[in-house]
Design a protein around this ligand. Structure first.
Ligand code: SF4
Length: 241
């Protein structure tokens, strides 16, 4: 079977993404995620068998129709967890490369390396969501520990793959001075980390939790204030060379 014929499950598309890597991006949201992040704004992307089945060839044809916008950007494969459908994601990267698109993966690194390496090897840039360095807090926030995400970061360092870290600021959970200092110090040892983006908790996905009948444990947690965000950014900046 050729790469173009490989099929996978897609949640949705965004043809003009500006927050998902360098330049303007065509974002493919892949279906399926094992994590259960308390702040997920796409819980409808969790079910492995949800979404729509499409072939790599069909998706690349959609991307091609936006090529003029993507000249200084490219394609970002997001989710859900794009490493979960690793064969499909790998095939999609190869076909995008054949068409000369830069490809970023937006991942929580939640998949063991033996399954994800091929994708990490072939992508141009990894947007890696670090949930928490504290394994217990990570389990509390996502229902899983942080072993795979930290192993993903180590692997990216070993192959010299550029990484942009993303970290969600959740008041009463991750938005704490000591935790942020620990994270900033930890990341300062990785030469593959080219950028750190702090993502303040936002409540735009709350309605999806209600629609799906899910219990929203962060319902009483407010979004961070401007002063809290500035404090967090200052800490991260102070450790960047
Ligand atoms: S990793 Fe992303 S898609 Fe999966 S539960 Fe967490 S926020 Fe949602």
């Amino acid at each position: 079977m050729s790469f173009a014929e490989v099929k996978g499950r897609i949640h949705s598309f965004e043809s003009f993404g500006t927050l998902d890597g360098p330049g303007i991006r065509f974002v493919v949201f892949l279906q399926g995620c094992f994590l259960r992040c308390k702040y997920c704004h796409n819980p409808d992307s969790w079910a492995i068998n949800g979404g729509t089945e499409m072939s790599v060839g069909e998706i690349v044809a959609k991307i091609e129709s936006c090529r003029n916008f993507l000249r200084n950007g490219g394609v970002t494969l997001s989710g859900g967890e794009p490493l979960l459908q690793s064969e499909f994601t790998h095939a999609l990267i190869e076909e995008c490369h054949k068409a000369n698109f830069h490809v970023a993966i937006d991942t929580a690194g939640s998949v063991p390396l033996e399954k994800s390496k091929k994708v990490l090897d072939s992508a141009d840039l990894i947007l890696l969501d670090i949930k928490s360095l504290d394994n217990e807090l990570c389990k509390n926030l996502t229902a899983f520990g942080n072993e795979n995400e930290l192993a993903t970061l180590d692997y990216c360092e070993s192959i010299n793959r550029d990484v942009w870290i993303r970290h969600v600021l959740v008041p009463e959970f991750t938005l704490q001075k000591e935790r942020l200092e620990e994270l900033a110090e930890f990341l300062s040892h990785y030469s593959c980390v080219k950028r750190i983006d702090l993502l303040p908790l936002h409540k735009m996905g709350e309605y999806k939790w209600r629609e799906l009948g899910l219990h929203d444990e962060l319902a009483n947690i407010n979004e961070p204030t401007a002063a809290e965000i500035e404090m967090a950014e200052k800490i991260i900046r102070s450790y960047r060379k």
